[in-house]
Design a protein around this ligand. Structure first.
Ligand code: C5P
Length: 234
């Protein structure tokens, strides 16, 4: 069972306002991407990580992440594409071509830099147990409204049936490839790989996520992450 984690990190990440790719923004001196990749390896389930970086950042990303790999694994950095789904597809095809025995693939967001290793293990183990697509989720604590283009409420979905989705999302590698090929043929991009698998009619199952796997998107999130580190001494 070869588990490869793909980390699309080729966006500009301007919302954090640091003037650098979000993945390289430091939290307590350590870039988000480094923390995220370290967490994947810490799970003990992942030996290879493929990062899609902006072409201009491939060298620097290589330099900061290469030392994180275990002795029997490696970090690979490829140039990403125009959209996130292009970056995932490029990393996936690289993994299937270059990393022997790639059977399970995780897609992880570098912005979820504090994802506990236990969440990574739960996702991998569920795929290994035979589920072709697995996502970590949390219950929804807020009431959610569906609105029309004018912002007028059209529906109030039952909150008990809703989940917030985190990463890493885990897939049978062949299923994810099929999902991305179908999406590309249909001209669809995706912010959510599981959504592409759903379109194939393949069931997507859920495992419990964790509050620490929050997505760091804003300066407020960064401040929360720094506070988390103070709380854990990490
Ligand atoms: O910009 P956005 O928040 O949608 O990006 C989501 C993730 O996809 C980020 O981690 C970003 O680095 C990545 N991405 C990518 N290739 C792109 C655009 C975004 O890998 N062309």
């Amino acid at each position: 069972m070869g588990v490869v984690a793909l980390v699309p990190a080729a966006g500009r990440g301007e919302r954090l306002g640091y003037g650098m790719p979000k993945a390289l923004v430091p939290v307590d001196g350590v870039p988000l991407l480094v923390r995220a990749v370290r967490g994947l390896f810490d799970s003990g389930r992942v030996r290879h990580v493929v990062i899609a970086a902006r072409p201009s950042d491939v060298d620097v990303v290589n330099t900061v992440t290469a030392p994180l790999a275990p002795a029997d694994g490696a970090v690979h950095v490829v140039a990403g594409g125009a959209e996130r789904s292009d970056s995932v597809r490029l990393a996936l095809t690289y993994a299937l071509r270059e990393i022997a025995d790639t059977s399970i693939v995780l897609v992880h967001d570098a912005a979820r830099a504090f994802t506990p290793a236990a969440v990574v293990r739960a996702v991998v183990d569920a795929v290994a147990a035979g589920h072709p697509a697995v996502i970590p989720v949390l219950p929804v604590v807020d009431t959610v409204k569906q609105v029309d283009v004018d912002g007028v409420v059209v529906a109030t979905p039952d909150r008990a049936a809703l989940r917030v989705v985190q990463t890493p999302q885990g897939f049978d590698a062949a299923v994810l490839l099929r999902a991305h090929e179908a999406a590309q043929a249909a001209g669809l991009g995706a912010t959510d790989d599981a959504g592409l698998v759903e379109r194939l009619g393949v069931p997507v199952v859920t495992v419990p996520g964790h509050a620490d796997a929050m997505k760091i998107t804003t300066k407020f999130d960064l401040a929360v992450a720094e506070a988390l580190l103070v709380g854990t001494g990490g």
